[in-house]
Design a protein. Structure first.
Length: 311
């Protein structure tokens, strides 16, 4: 009879790759570092091949390790789900939820609403990775992600929370100095702030009255892959920019910035909750998802949530 797979060692291997550290994997799994190291050694000896190349400063997957890591991560996730489903028969959700969120949006709008959730569910531990990269939810061991924009086709499950307007904005000082634009073409010869995290930086298509469409190219006095960097320059009157409303709604409310060309608009972007495939979720994940849906879809900058677009 064949020996049973060393499932514990595979789970430890997945956690080491996820954390990129033997020490951090040991902390996450509540094991000693020697236990983690011995599990990886035991697994490699059993297989007769190295899974990790390790030095005092760096871990790197070998070819065999790269071929095994996704399935090892799934084994770990399935094991955690089995335990969670049994534990969730208890009345109080408990355990860790790993969340991925965009940097600026997460710091502005996710972090401030977490304390209320933590007070309501003290047994749930939240681990947030603020990162503008599109992470691998399954391979990275994430329970859910907040994502903004058009989603690529995949096996992931997505719930659309709301839409967010993209607004052309400038400060009153800027508009006093350069004048109030009457048409998108008036934006082309004035200082702009250009977001570089898109395929065509500075290129903006606006739709106006009668469905007229005009494509304008902003020239960049400041260019950045993070639109939050534009806020000080906008407030100081240094330029004009296309900004998501979640980032500048307070400035609009307080008159620090003004909505330019209000009769013209860019296509809105959508905010989604994304989870790994599969209908079953631990209660701790479900309650956090419902909390985020309730709070974010009712935010001052959120528009037109349509539950029929949940998938």
């Amino acid at each position: 009879m064949n020996r049973l797979p060393d499932l514990e060692a595979w789970a430890i291997f997945a956690k080491v790759v996820e954390t990129r550290s033997f020490a951090q994997a040991a902390e996450a799994l509540r094991l000693s570092k020697p236990t983690v190291s011995k599990a990886i050694t035991r697994l490699e000896q059993r297989l007769g091949v190295a899974l990790l190349n390790r030095t005092s400063r760096k871990l790197a997957l070998t070819e065999a390790g790269r071929g095994a890591v996704d399935r090892a991560a799934r084994l770990l996730a399935e094991g955690e789900l089995i335990e969670a489903e049994i534990q969730d028969r208890a009345p109080v959700p408990a355990g860790r939820v790993r969340v991925s969120a965009p940097m600026s949006f997460g710091l502005m709008h996710l972090a401030p609403i977490l304390p209320d959730f933590m007070a309501a569910y003290p047994a749930v531990e939240i681990e947030v990775d603020f990162n503008d990269a599109v992470v691998d939810l399954v391979g990275g061991g994430y329970d859910l992600a907040l994502r903004i924009g058009t989603l690529a086709t995949s096996s992931l499950r997505a719930r659309r929370l709301c839409a967010v307007r993209l607004l052309v904005v400038a400060s009153p000082q800027n508009l006093h100095r350069f004048g109030q634009p009457a048409h998108p073409r008036d934006l082309e010869n004035r200082p702009g702030l250009v977001y570089t995290g898109v395929a065509s930086p500075g290129t903006v298509r606006l739709t106006g009255p009668g469905d007229d469409s005009y494509q304008v190219t902003l020239s960049g006095g400041l260019r950045s892959n993070n639109a939050e960097a534009f806020l000080p320059a906008l407030r100081a009157g240094c330029g004009i920019a296309l900004m998501p409303e979640f980032m500048i709604w307070r400035e609009l409310r307080d008159g620090v910035l003004e909505h330019v060309l209000p009769d013209w608009g860019a296509a809105p972007i959508a905010l989604h909750l994304v989870t790994p495939p599969g209908a079953l979720r631990p209660a701790r994940v479900s309650v956090l998802m419902e909390y985020l849906r309730s709070r974010l879809s009712s935010a001052p900058w959120a528009i037109d949530h349509d539950p029929r677009q949940d998938v």
